[in-house]
Design a protein around this ligand. Sequence first.
Ligand code: NDP
Ligand code: GDR
Length: 344
Amino acid sequence: MKSAIVTGISGQDGAYLAEQLLAKGYRVFGTYRRTSSVNFWRIEELGIQDHPNLRLVEYDLTDLSTSIRLLDQSEASEVYNLAAQSFVGVSFEQPLTTAQITGIGPLNLLEAIRIVNPAARFYQASTSEMFGKVQAVPQNESTPFWPRSPYGVSKLYAHWSTVNYRESYGIFGCSGILFNHESPLRGREFVTRKITDSVAKIALGKLDCLALGNIDARRDWGFAKEYVDGMWRMLQAEEPDTYVLATNRTETVRHFVELAFKAADIEIDFSGEGKEEIGVDRRSGRTVMRIDPRFYRPAEVDLLIGDPGYAHSKLGWEPTTSLEDLCAMMVKADLRRNEAGFSF
Ligand code: NDP
Ligand code: GDR
């Protein structure tokens, strides 16, 4: 039986990846952080928390000795590093913590692999945020980087560390440059889930209005379940490499707002401009969306659109879920949760 380490199993991608690896017959060592109230709602929602081949391990990415023990005790042949301080907005408030976890953290795992088992294959969760102020449209594996946040800068350090361990020590290190991917398991601080959860609450009469920041930002949004399959494919390839995973379609946050309300059977009209813009429910005339400047960022990534052609040709990877279906799936899940009286 193959063993794999998945760091960050309490997060969106960690939960989906663990589910897929377990279904493929892997023994999975899923890591979580010790906090005062550990929350496993995602793996509970997927129904894998008591799977006999799943072992939950307490772990912090910033700790080298734990990384070494993890590699040693798990005897893992594949290591998926999904753990990170992953929220771009917070990285402006906590740049040093973000650098320590998201930037230097992966180096602990790379060192542990070098020391304990150099044959282990490594996946690093890199990001389209590394393109930041984009230098080409669409972005692919050879587009120059220009990160626009402490998060993006930190991820770039981890990306180059992965490439460097590949070139220096022959470690099978893959960097997946993944564009935004969403799902009903997305954290509520990220814009898509914030929108679908708020829309569900508005539709159920539990909230009056959704407050957002820059709704002109454009993102390339895909379905998380398909992206974690791409991570696995990268580690099964003959050679380690860097790959972009994306849908090659970009839309504004405003468009996602419109789709989400539509999925809850609410038609909205936008009026006003910039920070005065509002969204009005056509039927009731009520304002259901407004701008709150607190959600603006010191520097914005205006436009992301990725070209997944290389991953398609090398790995046979292809996204299939449309943004409309993804958004409807998320709204449906949030309506169900809010009707039942809980929502994580
Ligand atoms: P989440 O924020 O949902 O999950 C992040 C995970 O990292 C959580 O399990 C979190 O644990 C854990 N974590 C945070 N700090 C530490 C630490 N110091 N030690 C160990 N674990 C830690 O992110 P996603 O699942 O959405 O993303 C997975 C990875 O992919 C991240 O690295 C993210 O930056 C990257 N990425 C994500 C994209 C996306 O669109 N989703 C796109 C491109 C890259 P806890 O629950 O305790 O906070
Ligand atoms: P992002 O995702 O920064 O792209 O990082 P997020 O959903 O946070 O923001 C997307 C865009 O929406 C704009 N926005 C808002 N964002 C949030 N969170 N809240 C708001 O109220 C709001 N209003 C407008 C943002 O300014 C931004 O332009 C995600 C994370 O998963 C990263 O870990 C990952 O690396 C990248 O995607 C790819």
